[in-house]
Design a protein around this ligand. Sequence first.
Ligand code: ZN
Length: 435
Amino acid sequence: MIVALFAAFQLAVAPQTPGPLIVKDASRKVSVPLVESPSGPLVRPDHLRPVVPITVSHLTGDRWMLIIGGASIEVEEGVRFARVGEASFQLARAPEVRKGALYVPLQLVVELVPRIAGNLVWDVERFELRAFSATTRHEDRAVAQAGRVAAPAPREQMNDASSDERASRSVAVPASPIARGPLRSRRLVVVDAGHGGPDPGMRGPIGGGPRVSEKNITLAVAKRVGAALGQRGIDVKFTRTTDTLIALSDRGRIANEAHADLFVSIHVNAANPGWKTPGGARGFETYFLAEAKTEDARRVEQMENEVVKFETRTAARGGDPLSFLLNDMAQNEHLRESNELAELIQRRIGSVHPGPSRGVKQAGFRVLVTAFMPAVLVEIGFGTNASEASYMTDPNRMEELSSAVADGVLEYLKRYERRVAAGTGVGSAGGVARQ
Ligand SMILES: [Zn+2]
C-alpha cells in the first residue's frame, strides 16, 4: 500500500510546477505561494486556511503536527516521512522550518491532505485544490477526475472507509449561531489533554460496559477541540498529542512560553465512591482557578492534582503557589475572564450534552495555576457512568462536544475584542494579539 501511494505522489506532482497553488471552495479562493527549495516546492500548510481548516502545531523538538477534521499528520523537520496514525508515508522531500514556520512539500498538501480531509480534490491541470460540500462532492470529484492527466490513487488505497466517515462527520456538525466574522487579531489557545502516559486519569465505567481511560478520551477530544478552533480561525497549541505524561507545571509553562491567549484543559470526571449511587452520577462542569468553594469542588481538585505522584520530583516541586497567585492583581483579572470563559463553554456544552449541567465551579487546579492567562478546566462527563462513558467515546458525539467547546472559546474571544474596542477591556486578560 505504501509503495502504491508513493508512486502516485510522483505522478501527480508535475516536475515543472506552476504557481501559486490555488485553494478554493464555493465562496472563497486563496492563492498559496510556493517556496522553491533545491529539492522542490514547499508550502506553508497554514496558508491553506480558511478554505482548508488545518491546524499546525509545533510539538517537541523537530516534530510538528497538522490536524484536519480530527485526523492528524505528523512530520519532522529534515525527515522524509509523514505519519498518519500507524502508517508512514514517504515524502518527496523533507519538511523545513523557516523563521519559525513549518514548510512541507507540495506533494503532502496535494496528495496526503485531500486523503485526510475527505472533501478535497486535487486538480493538477488547474493547479487547484478544491473543497466541496457534501451535496456537490461526487459531482465535483467526477469533474476533477475527468480533467486530469494523472489521477491520484483512489482513496480506497489509503485505508478503508474511515476517511469517508470523517468526511460525512465534518459536514454533520451544525452551523454555529455565533457571528461568523473573523476575529480582529490572531489568537492562540493552548488545548491541554488531561493526564497521559503512566497516569491514566480515571477509569470506568462502574459496573460493566466497555472500559474507558480518561487519558485516551481527553486526547481524542483535545485534538478535535484543536481542529474545531482551527476551523474558527484560531491558532492552537497542544500540550500533548501522544500518550505521554506532561507535568502539571509544564502544561502551564508551555502556554506561557507560547504567549497564548487562553488555556483550556480537558478532563473526565469520576464519581465519589462514597456517593449513594456513584455509577449514576452524570453531567458536565467547567472550572476556573480559584480556591475551591465546595466539598465537591475540593474532591475534583484533589483528583486532578493527584497526577503529581507520577511526576518526577523536579517537575512536581514548587509548593503551593496558589495562595500567592490569587493575591496577584493580574491573576485576579484573569479570574474574571476565566469565569466568563467557563460560563460560555459550559453553556455551549449544554446545547449538545445529554447529561445535566453541573455548573461553573472554582477549584485550585495546579494545571491552571501556572498558566498566566484566562484558564479553564472542563470535565466533559462522568467516565464512571456507563452511558456517559460510551457518549464520550462516540466519534460523532466527540465532534459535537468539541465544536461546542470551540464555540464557547470563540464567543469569549469575540466578547473580549468588543470590550477592548469599547475601551473597557482588560489589557492583560486576553494576552497579546498576534500580528
Ligand atoms: Zn482528569
